[in-house]
Design a protein around this ligand. Structure first.
Ligand SMILES: Nc1ncnc2c1ncn2[C@@H]1O[C@H](COP(=O)(O)OP(=O)(O)O)[C@@H](O)[C@H]1O
Ligand SMILES: [Mg+2]
Length: 256
């Protein structure tokens, strides 16, 4: 079983959207997928998967890790994650996707520790560049330094003799038409790989289809009632299936 932890340094970058879409793409490819919602504050992934289930759409199996103490102790879920992962492995799941909230709670750190792949969405914006790439100690470095958490999780995993987590950045909401700032940011993101320690960069475009997923459960990967797909939907599907294929090393068809 492969584990993808979708995580990052701030809210609104697309973690839940990407978790949901990759989960749906994976079940459509025939994989058995467990989707774990670690964002107890919004439970957005849980809501989306609930709506999808009600609508009878093919979905990942959904799990929400609850606190055992009403949320007083943020570390209460820590340690339980490992047990949960082992159960899912024994149960025969092929893929686990963990959606997180931005933060350094123990369970979020654990989700980085156990991941095979850390997938960090960011917006195509200089503010996100700063938040993700400014090293601690630099002037105006972000106080919650996400890079440091990934480094720590990688260090602890190496000490335990386990293979290094792959870290992928996903530049999300890329404008469909090329923009000057977009091109500049893409070049700058790619040039940060060595210094920051991430392994690859993916791009996901701005698509209206992604906004409706919590309303009716439909994604760009589901065929609408009239059976017709727009060009934007066809290329949206290809983007998502391409990213999933690269992340899971599966030979995922790029056909619509
Ligand atoms: N590629 C995209 N195209 C269009 N809207 C998007 C895209 N990715 C995310 N969004 C929208 O951005 C908002 C924040 O996304 P969300 O996945 O909830 O972020 P996070 O989980 O990181 O807080 C949501 O309204 C979502 O529909
Ligand atoms: Mg979210």
């Amino acid at each position: 079983m492969k584990i993808i932890t979708v995580s990052g340094f701030k809210g609104g970058t697309g973690k839940t959207t990407i978790s949901a879409l990759l989960g749906v793409a994976a079940v459509q490819e025939g994989l058995r997928v467990a989707a774990l919602d670690l964002d107890r504050f919004t439970s957005n992934l849980s809501r989306f998967l609930h709506v999808r289930k009600e609508a009878g759409l093919k979905s990942p199996d959904h799990f929400l890790m609850m606190e055992t103490d009403g949320g007083k102790d943020q570390s209460s879920a820590s340690g339980r994650l490992q047990g949960f992962v082992e159960m899912a492995r024994l149960d025969g799941y092929d893929l686990m996707i963990i959606d997180t909230s931005s933060g350094h709670q123990h369970d979020i750190y654990d989700a980085h520790l156990i991941a095979d792949i850390i997938l960090t969405p960011m917006n195509e914006s200089p503010a996100d560049m700063h938040a993700l790439f400014t090293p601690s100690g630099a002037p105006m470095a972000p106080r919650n330094n996400y890079r440091d958490m990934v480094d720590a999780a990688r260090f602890d995993r190496a000490r335990a003799g386990k293979p290094r987590q792959r870290w992928s950045i996903c530049v999300n909401r890329v404008q469909a038409l090329p923009t000057r700032i977009g091109a500049a940011i893409q070049g700058r993101v790619e040039s940060m790989a060595m210094a920051t320690g991430f392994d690859d960069v993916w791009y996901l475009r701005e698509r209206v289809a992604h906004r409706a997923i919590s309303e009716d459960g439909m994604t760009v990967l589901d065929t609408p009632a009239d059976g017709k797909l727009t060009m934007s939907e066809i290329s949206g599907r290809a983007e998502l299936r391409g990213i999933l294929g690269q992340l899971t090393d599966n030979d995922v068809a790029l056909a619509a």
